[in-house]
Design a protein around this ligand. Sequence first.
Ligand code: ATP
Ligand code: MG
Length: 256
Amino acid sequence: MTTTIAVAGKGGTGKTTISALVIDYLTRNKKGTVLAIDADPSTNLNLALGVPLYDTVGDVREETATAVGGSSALGGMSKWDYLDYRISDALVEETAFDLLAMGRPEGPGCYCAANNILRNSVDRLSDAYDYVVIDNEAGLEHLSRRTTQDVDLLLIVSDPTLRGIVAAGRVAELIDELKTDVGAAYLIVNRVNGHILPEPLMVAIEQHGLKLAGLIPADPAVNELDALGEPIVKLPQDAASRRSLEAILASVNGNL
Ligand SMILES: Nc1ncnc2c1ncn2[C@@H]1O[C@H](COP(=O)(O)OP(=O)(O)OP(=O)(O)O)[C@@H](O)[C@H]1O
Ligand SMILES: [Mg+2]
């Protein structure tokens, strides 16, 4: 059984930071095998995790679409077998986890068939792991493109602003329109100064029907790493932001 955790929310709220810390938490605590999926075309989850990235699923699709010379150019394989095979090439295999970056989404005029094959490959690959953690781009485009893979836990990240909460509410509303089934969705408010949110934000959270899982403080240790271009996984174990996130994970899902 795979537990799929997706992280979504407004731009710049801390989705990639939180995704990387969730992955780091799962691997450090040896919770099981982990597949990290970077669903943001700007592909920066690998940087947050401190691992290299060579190829994306988008690169595989483009390459295959433009390959000329029929099956001989593809080592005798059909285009479809080749797509499936190349996904494993795009997979970054680390000791503690594997990473797959989706890259650029399909443009207009792209082969639907290729996309379906790729989706199935990614879904089949995901099934082989205990945990799949998906760092989404702002908005839910990627989730809405997924076909079969359900999400067990959706973490909606917001900053402590009214606009952020409204955007989080919109994400929660969109869930109902998706083909993807979402087991549970929780709001995390990140980069909070102090221990409570201003009353108007609490009211907005309530009005949007969001379930608040917890707050993560604005953490100078995160800024320090960011300034030096260091991966977020180098954050000290006792850093306030890391500890808050771990408490949130433990409280929202018994598997975590
Ligand atoms: N708790 C925190 N304390 C301090 N800084 C933080 C915290 N969380 C995230 N940041 C900083 O906020 C910035 C945005 O974070 P991040 O890249 O994780 O957001 P994002 O939602 O993934 O952005 P995008 O929408 O561009 O993908 C980064 O510079 C990150 O270091
Ligand atoms: Mg990001």
